[in-house]
Every structure is written in C-alpha cells, then in structure tokens.
Design a protein around this ligand. Structure first.
Ligand code: BT5
Length: 275
C-alpha cells in the first residue's frame, strides 16, 4: 500500500545519513513525544541515538503547546518525533525550533509545489481561500541540565497531509491539509523522505554554526502586521505591530504608545485577513 509508513516501507528508501536511523513505527500512540520521552527515560540508548525517529499512524492524545490537543484522523498525517542530542550551548536552543519549521516548509514546498509560510513562532501555514491556514504544528520538548547543557530534545512534528476539509473544526486559527490545497492526494512516504532530508541538512548546517535565522525570518507572514500577542503567563494580550524578530527568534512588537516589546514565547493572532 502506497500509504504505508512501516519500517519495512521506509527503511529501503531512506536516503539520510543519520536522521531516521533508526526509524521506529507504531500504529497507535498516545502521543509520539510522550512515547519517545518514555523510551529515553527507560534508557534504551542503543535504539535511541541522536536522530532516532518515532512515527505513529494515529495519536489518541496528540499534544499541542500549552496543554492543547493535536487532532488527526488515522492514516492521514505525518505524526512523528525526532530525538536530537545537540552538543550546542543552551543559547542556541532556539535554532532547533527555527530549523524545524523551516525544514517542514522546505520539504512541503518541494513535494507539493505549494508556497509555504510561517506564522510566528512556529506554525506552518499556506493560503486557503485568502486566509492563512495551519498545515503543521511543532512541539519541541526536552531536558536541560545546568552542568551539561542540552541533555536531549524531542522534536514533535504533525503535518496535515491528506485530511479532508470537512474533518477540521472551525477553530480560531483556520486549518487545512496539503491534499486540499494541492487538489490531489500527497504521498506521505515521499513527503516523509523530503522532511527527514531537510531536517538533516539544516541540522548539519546548524552544527557547523550556520544559523537558520535568516531563512526562517524570510518566510514569516507575521512581520509588518497588526497583531494581538498572547504571552505565556500573562492574562492581557499585547496589541500592536509586529516589527521584526531578533536572531534568537523573539518577536518585537510596537504597541500603540510607541513602546517596543520583546516576546519570547506565546501565540499571535493576526488581525488582518490575507488579501
Ligand atoms: C502545535 O501546538 O501546533 C504543536 C502540535 C504538535 C503535534 C505533534 S504530532 C507529533 C508530536 N506528538 C505530539 O503529541 N505532538 C507532536 P499549538 O500551537 O498549541 O496548536 C494547537 C492548536 O491547534 C489546538 O488548540 C487546535 O486549535 C489546533 N489544532 C489541533 N489539531 C490541528 C490540526 N490537525 N491542524 C491544525 N490545527 C490543529
């Protein structure tokens, strides 16, 4: 079956050097991030070197950021977690988030030909009937230690590949799938291969001190827009104009009194509609 993502289907066509080696497939997981973190905690180092990938065809309790949920019908998506053990300084942790969404954008563009953009901080979006619709979410988790820096990170990626539009609830942030946008079903296997290659390429570049910042920044639809920013731990939203980002990926927002704010984590609602 074309849509199979089992080890038997993936391993023979894998062209990466280290990413997805090993590649693990499960039919159903609660959350691939949780399962991979459990495997790491159980200490099976031999099956879990940096670059190990766990993919599920369905998640019973897929997670978004801030305890939100990630929903996807079985066999329609790419739902995976990548174990990375960067030996970088903690200050470069933001590179991982940037390179994850950048890599998804590059892979999706290559596989589908659709123009792909990013909404700060990390949503991958495409044009759907004149609005920006989310096609992928990213959840980066990990363990940091004071002495040893980044112990490990789990990079969770969920891509809406072949989900019919009727399956998406009308949410605050519109959602769509690559199949809907491209007008044809997309091969999950080829997209997975593109994705693993682009993550590997961008990670190797970061390892050689090449920041993903400029290429990430170029794809942001948020800049120059009037926005409401919902900051972590703060009740009141900040309304203003998203002026720029800095090299750590923080968003600089000018409020209506002319004061510039730096937002490190949170969500952004664009008030404008795409024209
Ligand atoms: C994210 O969170 O966008 C991160 C999603 C990460 C999912 C992957 S799947 C593999 C790995 N294992 C996991 O358990 N998670 C990761 P956030 O920015 O908080 O967005 C979550 C919000 O997006 C929800 O509150 C919904 O409104 C919306 N949402 C849920 N499912 C969606 C979907 N399939 N497509 C678009 N939006 C969705």
């Amino acid at each position: 079956m074309e849509n199979e993502l089992t080890e038997a289907a993936v391993n023979p066509v894998l062209e990466t050097k280290w990413l997805g080696r090993p590649y693990h497939y499960v039919e159903t997981a609660g959350s691939t991030n949780d399962l991979l973190k459990k495997w790491v905690a159980d200490g099976s180092e031999s099956v879990l070197p940096s670059g190990a990938v766990l993919l599920a065809d369905y998640q019973e309790t897929g997670r978004g950021r801030f305890n939100r949920s990630w929903e996807a019908p079985p066999h329609t998506s790419l739902l995976l977690s990548i174990l990375l053990r960067p030996d970088w300084d903690i200050s470069r942790l933001s590179w991982l988030t940037m390179l994850a969404s950048l890599s998804v954008a590059e892979a999706v563009e290559k596989e589908t030909g659709l123009p792909v953009f990013l909404k700060w901080p990390n949503d991958v979006v495409i044009d759907h009937n004149g609005k920006w619709a989310k096609v992928c979410g990213i959840l980066l988790e990990g363990a940091l230690s004071q002495s040893e820096g980044i112990e490990y990170t789990v990079l969770g990626i969920g891509i809406n590949v072949n989900i019919p539009q009727s399956e998406f609830p009308s949410a605050v942030q519109p959602a769509t799938s690559l199949m809907v946008a491209a007008g044809r079903p997309i091969s999950r296997l080829s997209l997975l291969m593109e994705l693993l290659q682009s993550v590997e390429r961008n990670y190797d570049a970061a390892q050689n001190s090449e920041s993903p910042y400029q290429r990430w920044n170029k794809r942001l639809i948020t800049l120059g827009q009037r926005i409401a920013a919902h900051r972590v731990g703060q009740e009141k939203s900040l309304v203003g104009t998203a002026e720029a980002t800095n090299e750590w990926g923080h968003l600089l927002v000018r409020d209506d009194n002319g004061q510039l704010h730096t937002i490190t984590a949170g969500d952004v609602t664009l008030s404008g509609v795409r024209s």
